[in-house]
Each structure stands twice: as C-alpha cells, then as structure tokens.
Write a protein that binds this ligand. Structure first.
Ligand code: NAD
Ligand code: WQD
Length: 336
C-alpha cells in the first residue's frame, strides 16, 4: 500500500515509517518540520528496508495535500501540536493547527477519493477517569485545549464516517509512548525543557539536567506518585501497521486504546531507568502538577480484537532503548 504519513518526521511517525517499510508498504512523509528535524528523515531512510519519500508541506495547505494524495491508499495523521501547557496559553494556535489542519486534510482526502484514515488520538480524551483500566466506552471529558482538539477531531471523523459510508477510520488513543528504535538512531527529541517524564529522566541521566522534579508524592497510589501506562514506541509503530492493514470497505469508524494494560509509577520508572542506564537519577518530590490525574492505564482488549495486536516490549526494554538513543544523541538530532 502507499501510505501518506502526515507528521511522519516526528517521534511516533518516524518509528511508524520504519515499521511500514519493513512490512513492504510505501510510506510518504508529509511534514512541515514545525516540531521535527530533516535529520530524522535521513535516519528513517537509513533504517528503512525500502525508499521512504518526503514531501515538505503543511496539512493546512489544501493544494499541496491534493498533489501528495495522488495514488494514496491510506493516510496516517500524526500532524499536530501536542504540548498540554502550551495549549492553555495558545489555544487558538492549537485549534487552527490540530482542528483546522484536520478539516483541510479530510476535505483533501474526500476530493482525492482516499477513504482510509488512521488518526492519532490520546488517552487525554478520558480526562480524569472514573475507574481503571479504561475501556473505550468510558466517558470522554477533556481538561485542556489540547485534549479538546483530539476529542473534536475524533467527533468530526465520526460524523464524516456516518455521512460517507465508504469512509473508514481508526481513532488510536495512545497512552504514554516512550522508548526508541533499538538502533538508537531515531527517538524522541523534545526541544527545550521536556514536558514528559521519560525524556526528562533521560536528560538527567545523561547529565543535561541536574534533578528530576517528581510532581506529587501524595496521590492515592501504592507509592504516592502518579501511575501511567507506558508503551514502547516500537509496539505503537507496529499497531499503526496493523491499523492501515485493518481498514477496509465497510469497516466504519472505531476508537481503540493503545497501551500495555499495566500501570507504572513515577518512582518505578525512575528505578527501571537507573537499572537500564547504570546512572543515578536524582529526584526531589515537589507539589502536584495542575491537571494531572492519579492513575491512568488502558484496557487493551479491543486492540487485540480489532487489530490483532498487543504490546510485547516491557519496561526494561523501554528504558534500555530510550537510554541508547539519549546517550548516543545527547542533544537529540542536533547532535548529528
Ligand atoms: P511530534 O511533535 O514528534 O510529531 C508531530 C509531527 O507533526 C512533527 O514532525 C511536526 O513537525 C508535524 N506537524 C505538526 N503540525 C503540522 C502541520 N500543520 N503540517 C505538517 N506537519 C505538521 O509528536 P508525536 O509525539 O510523534 O505525536 C504524534 C501524534 O500523536 C500527535 O498528533 C500527538 O498529539 C499524538 N499523541 C502523542 C502522544 C505522546 O505522548 N507523544 C500521546 C498521545 C497522542
Ligand atoms: C507522566 C507522570 C507526571 C514530568 C501527557 C499528556 C497526554 C499524552 C501523554 C499527548 C505523571 C509525572 C512528569 C516530570 C513528573 N500526550 N511527571 N515529573 O501527563 O500522563 O500525559 O503525555 O497526547 O495528553 O497529558 O505524561 O510524561 O507528562 O507524566 O513527576 O518532570 O510523570 O506527574 O504522573 P502524562 P507525562
């Protein structure tokens, strides 16, 4: 299949392009590099078992999308802004890029007759869940503008599928993606101070930052720190390959959780990373971060039923692979 991968130069997209190529699919990266580096595309080309094409373009550019969609069988749509805090400060930029960009992409797909879409959604659509593990039919409630953009786009895609029975979509709700390709050549490269736990821990371990701040030690969890469902990005990439292969006429629209089904606390992740890296990760416990939930992990059974997929890689592999990437590229793709 020929797959247009919008946002394919980013963290999850880059690993997915390598996985698509390994399965014999022709991936075309469509990215404006607003949060990624052309070096990632060079590294994808080095790891992929067949050529991966690049179109430098913006999903808000209808004419460029129209050209890129020629002959395409399915679209994987990663292209979005993703920082929760920034979305509270710049909500309009998030509405424009994440919602506006998605509408332009859907219009271009309809005009081009491309009827299969895999959309990057997030466990953030569950807000503060009533119970764990979280199933896809749990109440949806968002707590920040970023989360709202994911929920709105899920709903828009659902409406389009209802209006156009030929249109098929998978809404993939990722829990907490971490880790890197085992080669250490591609990985997560946040600019500035990382918002997320795993890249922060990696930067402390490599000596780029002094100390991890643990946000809250008084949650109703076994060790008082927040519990999340960390999932290896290689498992996530494989799930996208299954997703494009699952979409077919009459499939319709379904939301699917992508997680391991296991909760891990902040301190458990710190210890696992120390073991994998052989480095100390100094930390201090400070106040809770506004908007954080105590516990969040997936019921991954629908992914097994619908995609025939389950996560295989454990916490040790997540930490080892994250460390291999971080230690070989201490300044991310800027180290190249
Ligand atoms: P990322 O920022 O590394 O990748 C997104 C890519 O999209 C980047 O390469 C960026 O340059 C590109 N992009 C952004 N706006 C664009 C536009 N208008 N036109 C073309 N390209 C554009 O993020 P990621 O971590 O790989 O996340 C991918 C997707 O998964 C995002 O939609 C994100 O919201 C979602 N998601 C991520 C996580 C996570 O923790 N990483 C969790 C849940 C959901
Ligand atoms: C994990 C745990 C923190 C940083 C976010 C988004 C979500 C999704 C994934 C896109 C929590 C704690 C963190 C630090 C810490 N992204 N922590 N010190 O908040 O579960 O999810 O990323 O869709 O929408 O909200 O992930 O990695 O930020 O935090 O103690 O420096 O680590 O409190 O318990 P989160 P995270």
């Amino acid at each position: 299949m020929k797959i247009l991968v919008c946002g394919g130069a980013g963290y999850i997209g880059s690993h997915t392009c390598v996985a698509l190529a390994a399965r014999g699919h022709d991936a075309v990266i469509y990215d404006n590099f607003s949060n990624s580096s052309p070096v990632a595309v060079e590294r994808i080309a080095e790891l992929a078992e067949r050529p991966v094409a690049l179109v430098e373009g913006d999903i808000r550019d209808a004419a460029q999308l129209a050209a890129a969609l020629e002959g395409v069988d399915a679209v994987i749509h990663f292209a979005a802004f993703k920082a929760v805090g920034e979305s509270c400060e710049q909500p309009l930029a998030y509405f424009e890029n994440n919602i506006g960009g998605s509408v332009t992409l859907l219009q271009a797909m309809e005009a081009a007759g491309v009827a299969n879409l895999v959309f990057s959604s997030s466990a953030t659509v569950y807000g503060d869940p009533d119970s764990v593990p979280i199933r896809e039919d749990a109440p949806l409630r968002v707590t920040n503008p970023y989360g709202r953009t994911k929920l709105v786009v899920e709903e828009l895609i659902g409406d389009l599928c209802a209006a156009r029975p030929g249109f098929n979509a998978l809404l993939l709700r990722y829990f907490n993606p971490v880790g890197a390709h085992p080669s250490g050549r591609i990985g997560e490269d946040p600019g500035g101070i990382p918002n997320n736990l795993m890249p922060y821990i990696s930067q402390v371990a490599v000596g780029a930052r002094d100390c991890l701040s643990v946000f809250g030690g008084d949650y109703p969890t076994p060790d008082g720190t927040g519990v999340r469902d960390y999932i290896h990005v290689m498992d996530l990439a494989e799930a996208h390959v299954r997703a494009v292969e699952t979409l077919r006429p009459g499939f319709g629209c379904q939301a699917v959780n992508l997680g391991t089904g296991q909760g891990v606390s902040v301190l458990e992740l710190v210890r696992a990373f120390e073991e994998a890296s052989g480095r100390k990760v100094p930390y201090r416990v400070i106040a809770r971060r506004a908007g954080d939930v105590a516990m969040c992990w997936a019921d991954p059974s629908r992914a097994a039923e619908v995609l025939g997929w389950r996560a295989r890689l454990d916490l040790q592999r997540m930490c080892e692979d994250a460390w291999r990437w971080q230690s070989a590229n201490p300044a991310g793709y800027r180290s190249a």
